[in-house]
Design a binder for this molecule. Sequence first.
Ligand code: MF3
Ligand code: CO
Ligand code: CO
Length: 261
Amino acid sequence: MIRIKTPYEIEQMRHTCLLAAQTLRMIEPYIQVGVTTQRLNDICHQFILDHGAIPSPLNYRGFPKSICTSVNQQVCHGIPSSRVLREGDIINVDITTNLNGFHGDTSRTFAVGVVNVRAAKCIEVARNCLEVGIRAVRPGGHVGDIGAAIANYAQSQRCSVVREYCGHGIGRDFHEDPAIMHFGEVGQGALLRPGMIFTIEPMINLGKAAIRHLPDKWTVVTQDHSLSAQFEHTVLITPDGYEVLTDIDQVDRNASHESAA
Ligand code: MF3
Ligand code: CO
Ligand code: CO
């Protein structure tokens, strides 16, 4: 069942999504050669608590930490640890906040120091995949429009899209209907209606799409050890388009329009 959010719920979602986005912006300067993923976890954990929220991943289905940190060939759900970041690594940091019972979810892949051309390409293609997916969102469209746009673009760049994990409705629950596949057919799947809120979060591999799980049962890695990158936003469908609730720049623009009006 796809929940259409009420005006009150949308207001709450704006708050939690802004906090998730602020957490991601806050952690960026700490992503440096020599830092451990555990330290990134701890800084985000404290920031989220200091803002009156709870990190949604902590104890979610047994997940042991407060954020996900996925390095290099890790696709998603990497567990923060004593691993030290090295020059040339790429790392996805995935933040989900629970503020007043509402979840906001966003992630980005960062370069650690100077990265090689292949790593830079992986990040850039994944960033563009999220962008083309978001631009495919419109009321009256379909879920399949989003996946089709992402997969077409990824293929044009000779990259592959992970098929086992997808975006998701989000609100009072961390993961709600609908599933947002990052591949599909235009015009297929659930109708996109104003008041729906979901994430788009394509995982893009430089090599083949196949994945496997590490023995920790959480960390997803590419089967062929190729690099993988991911970007994620939480998106609201509006009567005439969409709003990216976890895009700080867009939130700032909307706020300045309101104060100008
Ligand atoms: N934040 C991830 C997502 O985008 C989910 C992480 S689940 C966890 O859906 F348990 F690994 F935290
Ligand atoms: Co998500
Ligand atoms: Co996420």
